[in-house]
Design a protein around this ligand. Structure first.
Ligand code: ZN
Length: 481
């Protein structure tokens, strides 16, 4: 039996995080009352002229440059013509023949190896409005439209059909979302629909170089639905091929509840959008100096940062990957290390306590409740012996809740560790007197009873004794140093 392999390409739509819309000054914050973020431009009133938002342009170009794309000269905006009530102008301003980026590539890690996909096209376009179909009584047959989203900038990133497994598909989506967040051009929050995925899927016999008929799946709003949609579609198409049946070129919707894809009645391929250059927006040529300045201003990207965390901080590859997954966390680590905290300690606290508490509370790393200075101060308290590891964990949790300085928490909780030999000596003497057998065995050269004796001292001191100091005192007392 012939083996088939999937051939997958992605179209990713990401909402750009600009304060205003792409061709007018209306705001973009979500949650405003309907039709309050509107003006003659985004309502498509006659005679209103669009003006390109420079922030949206630069955000788009940053992604273009980070994906090693060529920038056509000139790049142009075109009108994509179709009629739908959520589109006030009856056309969407988009880019077709000369978008901001073409012929690029993007690399990401899959199971420890680097995978490269071609980036065919990166273009900027405007979002449409939103139709609302009220369910209350008396509203049957009524549809409302909210144009607050009309004109919100969207970036579309089109990859080549270079992905051949669900593992690669998932790694690509995660890495591309991470790139957008690192560049600061999109928050790419999936639950708000700020990033959306469409997959083009075909299958072909393994070893074949020709592309099969492709099916596009829409309605994919999480990594999990994308993966389920791909798995279903690959199985469906493989079965068709094996039965000698034809795969129809079509757009299918993923039905989340049933876990299957269904053909859409309206075939996208049937549309002719009659693209033509928008006469209201001038063709754009960028000087090499301008593009170079943008390129030089790109932040350190995830792969480079991960490599630096390994080489400069001596962290294991796994830790470096985890700490650089989110830019805000990587920034936090860099800032704490810059305050002279040892990288390994910073890494341990960040991975162990900070990420755990963020996950537990469902908090975003974009608004961390503690500062790098707090963590650096806490690490200093532990290293100087002022508090022990268990107390430090409690201080960390308290810092996370209240944002207080660690030294203040130590004082308030009475956490100061007992390191003073005079204060510890009485306790050590009591423990030795109460446990003559372990003490004698340790004195005779057996090492094992030491842990027990130290544990007894810790217990009697309420966990406040400085363990290394207690160790030294017991050795001195029972073995004469
Ligand atoms: Zn507007």
């Amino acid at each position: 039996m012939v083996d088939y392999e999937p051939v997958i390409g992605f179209e990713i739509h990401a909402e750009l995080a600009t304060a205003s819309k792409v061709f007018c000054g209306c705001g973009t914050e979500p949650g405003a009352p309907p039709n309050t973020h509107t003006c003659p431009v985004c309502l498509g009133l006659p005679g209103a002229l669009p003006v390109l938002n420079v922030a949206a342009l630069e955000y788009a170009l940053k992604v273009v440059l980070a994906c090693h794309c060529d920038v056509p000269s000139p790049a142009i905006f075109e009108r994509k013509n179709y009629y739908y009530p959520d589109l006030p102008k009856n056309y969407q301003i988009s880019q077709k023949r000369a978008p901001f980026g073409v012929n690029g590539w993007f690399e990401f890690e899959v199971n420890g190896a680097m995978k490269r996909v071609r980036i065919l096209d990166i273009h900027l376009e405007e979002d449409a409005g939103k139709l609302v179909h009220p369910q209350e009584r008396g509203a049957a047959g009524v549809s409302l439209v909210d144009y607050n989203r009309a004109g919100v900038p969207l970036l579309e990133i089109v990859s080549g059909p270079d992905i051949h497994s669900v593992e690669e598909a998932e790694a690509y989506m995660i890495a591309m979302r991470r790139l957008l967040r690192y560049l600061g051009v999109s928050e790419a929050r999936m639950e708000l629909g700020q990033i959306r995925f469409e997959a083009n899927i075909s299958v072909r016999p393994v070893g074949s170089a020709t592309l099969g008929t492709r099916v596009e799946i829409k309605n994919l709003n999480s990594y999990r639905t994308v993966i389920r949609g791909i798995e279903y579609e690959v199985a469906r198409q493989t079965a068709l091929h094996r039965n000698g049946e034809r795969v129809a070129q079509e757009t299918r919707l993923f039905d989340d509840a049933r876990g299957i894809t269904l053909a859409m009645r309206d075939k996208e391929e049937a549309h002719d959008y009659r693209y033509f250059p928008d006469p209201d927006l001038v063709p754009m040529r960028f000087t090499p100096e301008y593009l170079e300045r943008l390129r030089a201003g790109l932040p350190e990207l995830p792969a480079a940062r991960r490599a630096r965390f390994i080489s400069a901080y001596g962290l294991p590859a796994y830790d470096a990957a985890l700490l650089t997954d989110e830019k805000a966390i990587a920034d936090f680590v860099d800032a704490a290390v810059a305050l002279s905290a040892p990288p390994k300690s910073v890494s341990n606290w960040t991975m162990g306590e900070l990420l755990r508490l963020l996950n537990e509370r469902g908090l975003s790393p974009d608004a961390l409740p503690i500062t790098p200075a707090h963590l650096a101060a806490l690490i200093t308290l532990v290293e100087s012996g002022a508090i022990n590891q268990n107390q430090a964990k409690q201080v960390f949790a308290e810092m996370f809740e209240t944002g207080k300085e660690p030294a203040l928490i130590v004082k308030e909780q009475g956490f100061a560790q007992i390191s003073d030999a005079g204060a510890l000596e009485a306790i050590v003497n009591e423990v030795v007197a109460a446990n003559p057998d372990p003490a004698a065995r340790y004195a005779a050269g057996e090492d094992k009873p030491l842990g027990f004796l130290v544990g007894q001292v810790m217990k009697r001191s309420g966990g406040k004794a400085n363990a290394p100091v207690v160790n030294a005192m017991l050795r001195e007392k029972l073995r004469g140093g």
